[in-house]
Design a protein around this ligand. Structure first.
Ligand code: PMP
Length: 354
């Protein structure tokens, strides 16, 4: 029975994040974290963090971090918005920009937080179907809508879209905000960042969680025209002025300094990804070429759920989505070369028993 007051509760089906097992021995390939530590410069600064400043509220404008991100990308600080992970930035963006009575558009197979935010904020939405090969079909986004969002590369497919196709979508969407979620762009896709100078209605969202090995710190950011960023800040400051804590603001700025380490980490992950894709294909898996730090693979003979269960029992965690069109796929984050060799060896020895 529903109690009377429950009629007025905002009811939502929450997003389910991947598991975070406490057992350190698990080979964790389920939440697209970076298997390598944050940069040595960042770790040094974190060790030296004194803590006395925590008596004070953090800088609500997060200036040190905003300035560092702007300088890194050759932008003005007025073109940068920061938040507690890109989830926070994306949620704020939904709240700020998607207020039309027309539906917003995002692919049927994509980051599964988008429909959760749309439901939470009561934004109507439609999900154009990816092509059979899981690529995004740009013309599906040309019709009237209340806004557009897609990741590039897409998740969980790992497939990228060329900049020409991204621009085609922008060309057909001059009157709504278009958000490109570039959580994984550093692993090999082309960024839409240069287009923010040309399209005032384009917001490019990035994160420190994947390529910068800082999922635990929680930093995400958006880049766009000063007018878009101002609207975002107005909503953010109407919600909570102090979303980012002071250590994160200061240490986050440090994380952008060590370019050589950053590039070397990316190179290692990309090399391991390409090696693992080849090995998985030799074992009968099929996958599109990934441009992210994960591989989205299906096996022609063995059910994905069974493989997932067997791996899990053996302490290797990958992600399985019990959802239409993708329940025969596994999303496997790219770990260290050693971790991926363990995974491949395990599959070589056990796949036939499934
Ligand atoms: N966008 C996409 C496509 C993602 O896969 C993720 C990771 N779950 C995020 C955004 C959010 O990442 P974070 O909040 O750690 O920046």
């Amino acid at each position: 029975m529903m109690r009377e007051w429950e009629n007025n509760v905002r009811k939502v089906v929450p997003y389910t994040p991947g598991e975070q097992p406490q057992d350190q021995r698990v080979i964790k390939l389920n939440t697209n974290e970076n298997p390598y530590p944050p940069s040595p410069g960042f770790l040094q600064a974190a060790r030296e963090w004194a803590g006395e400043e925590l008596r004070l509220y953090p800088d609500p404008s997060a200036k040190v971090l905003v300035d560092a991100i702007a300088a890194y990308h050759g932008l003005q600080p007025e073109q940068v918005f920061v938040g507690v992970g890109s989830d926070d930035v994306l949620a704020m963006s939904f709240l700020t920009f998607f207020n039309s009575s027309k539906p917003i558009l995002f692919p049927d197979i994509t980051y599964s937080f988008y429909d959760v935010w749309a439901e939470l904020f009561r934004i109507p939405y439609e999900r154009p179907r990816l092509a059979e090969d899981f690529s995004i079909v740009p013309k599906d986004y040309f019709g009237e809508n209340g806004g557009v969002i897609f990741p590039n590369p897409n998740a969980p497919t790992g497939m990228d879209m060329g900049l020409d196709m991204v621009e085609e979508i922008l060309e057909h969407n001059r009157d709504v905000v278009v958000i490109v979620d570039e959580a994984y762009v550093d692993f090999g896709a082309e960024s839409a960042l240069p287009l923010i100078e040309k399209y005032e209605n384009l917001l490019v969202v990035r994160t420190f969680s994947k390529s910068r090995s800082l999922a635990g710190l929680r930093i995400g950011y958006a880049m766009g025209s000063p007018v878009l960023i101002k609207y975002l800040n107005d909503v953010k400051f109407s919600f909570n002025s102090y979303t980012m804590d002071q250590p994160t603001i200061c240490l986050g700025a440090k994380a952008l300094e060590d370019e050589e380490y950053f590039q070397e980490t990316l190179r290692k992950i990309i090399n391991t990804r390409e090696w693992a894709e080849k090995e998985l294909r030799a074992l009968g898996f099929e996958s599109a070429d990934s441009k992210a730090n994960f591989i989205f693979a299906t096996h022609k003979d063995h059910p994905a759920e069974k493989i997932y269960g067997l791996l899990r029992q053996s302490g290797i965690y990958v992600r399985y989505f019990d959802k239409d069109r993708i329940r025969e796929h596994l999303r496997i984050s790219v770990g260290t070369q050693e971790e991926m060799e363990t995974l491949i060896r395990f599959l070589q020895e056990n796949l036939s028993s499934i």
